[in-house]
Design a protein around this ligand. Structure first.
Ligand code: SF4
Length: 366
């Protein structure tokens, strides 16, 4: 059974205007070189490591890799930050990523180039409304996407990312647990279809992935019949139905590396194309359409909040120590418990997969 939870108009509204107004300008070539040199020097001097998401500017992704940091999805960002010995983590992404890094590393300083970089899923799931929803369904296990505030994570039983959500809900369903899912309705409905779990769905959405259009995608497929379609599960079901592979950012990258096709149509934030092209020279990547024939722009798939991260902001943060994340210790402890369940689950799953035939408690056969 699946059902939905109608959230109020107020709680689902998210204004992007302030974010667009603060998208960084491209620096001149000279300024860019100077900023890169400054950031490298400051990262070393501050014993800091840069942890970047695949959706941020290519300059930040390259700098992270060149200086011993990482570029990854939100699950790996959380793990990397927790396990790295640096005393300062600089998180280039959106607010919930910095908060997750902080709750896993309360003894470290966590800085973000842009503290106002948020997420429509986080905005659309306020902690008070989510808590009331949980209180109204005490018989259900609350599973939330990582794209939520620390307060929502603290109220949830489990936190998941798109790379492990299906496996974790399948695991809970096998234990007979009924699920409350928040906040992304498309990802929730995809998980429900994949697992058959009994789920009530919050009605949030990602303003980027929600825009992909199935009809336009079909037309593009006709123009490129040889192309494989890679889709992030925050996209509408009609778009997912056209996919050759569905997965998180890291799973999309893996599919592009492993599939033999030479052309791919990709339905996720276009920040991903940097890593896709770097890792697959010779393969062609096309953006899935977010608009119809009459539109002047065929794809505007870029998160305005991810786009707020730039070299100027990073340099400023490293020079001044601005953009620090602070979390209440009690709140962080509660939120950490839900995140730790996910990290423990995925670590056990990894161990199980590297030991063929082994049985993992609660997971079944590897
Ligand atoms: S791309 Fe969507 S899910 Fe990701 S941070 Fe932006 S609004 Fe949130």
């Amino acid at each position: 059974m699946s059902a939905t939870f109608p959230i109020t108009v107020e709680s689902s509204v998210c204004g992007t205007q302030p974010a667009w107004a603060r998208v960084t300008q491209e620096p001149s070539l000279e300024r860019r070189s100077a900023l890169l040199a400054l950031c490298r020097e400051r990262l070393a001097r501050e014993n800091a490591v840069l942890v970047a998401h695949y959706y941020v500017h290519p300059d930040l992704q390259d700098l992270a890799l060149d200086t011993g940091g990482c570029v990854s999805d939100s699950l790996e960002m959380a793990r990397f930050g927790r396990d790295h010995p640096a005393r300062t983590l600089v998180v280039a992404g959106v607010r919930f990523m910095g908060e997750t890094a902080k709750m896993l590393s309360m003894d470290k300083r966590v800085l973000m180039p842009e503290l106002d970089a948020t997420c429509s899923l986080d905005i659309g799931c306020p902690a008070e409304a989510f808590t009331a929803w949980c209180d109204a369904h005490p018989d259900r296990t609350a599973v939330v996407y990582a794209n939520t505030s620390a307060a929502v994570k603290a109220r949830a039983d489990w936190v998941v990312t798109s790379s492990c959500a299906v496996d974790i809900v399948r695991h809970l369903n096998a234990r007979g647990e009924k699920i409350l899912w928040a906040p992304d309705r498309h990802l929730g409905s995809y998980i429900q279809r994949e697992t058959g779990a009994d789920m009530l769905l919050w009605q949030g959405s990602c303003i980027v992935h929600d825009e992909f259009k199935a009809l336009e995608l079909e037309l593009l497929k006709r123009e490129h019949p040889e192309a494989k379609v890679l889709v992030h599960p925050e996209s509408p079901a009609s778009v997912i139905a056209l996919a050759d592979a569905v997965g998180s950012t890291s799973q999309i990258l893996q599919a592009a590396r492993e599939m033999p096709a030479s052309t791919y149509i990709v339905a996720t934030d276009n920040g991903m194309f940097h890593a896709l092209r770097q890792q697959n020279p010779g393969k062609l990547f096309l953006e899935a359409p977010t608009a119809g024939n009459s539109a002047t722009c065929k794809s505007c798939a870029h998160c305005p909040w991810m786009a707020m991260n730039g070299l100027e902001g990073l340099a400023h943060t490293l020079q001044t120590g601005s953009g620090e994340i602070f979390l209440d210790a009690d709140l962080a402890a509660h939120a950490r418990r839900s995140v730790a369940r996910m990290l423990d689950f995925t670590a056990a799953q990894k161990r199980a997969m590297s030991a063929p035939g082994a049985l993992v408690p609660g997971l079944g056969a590897a």
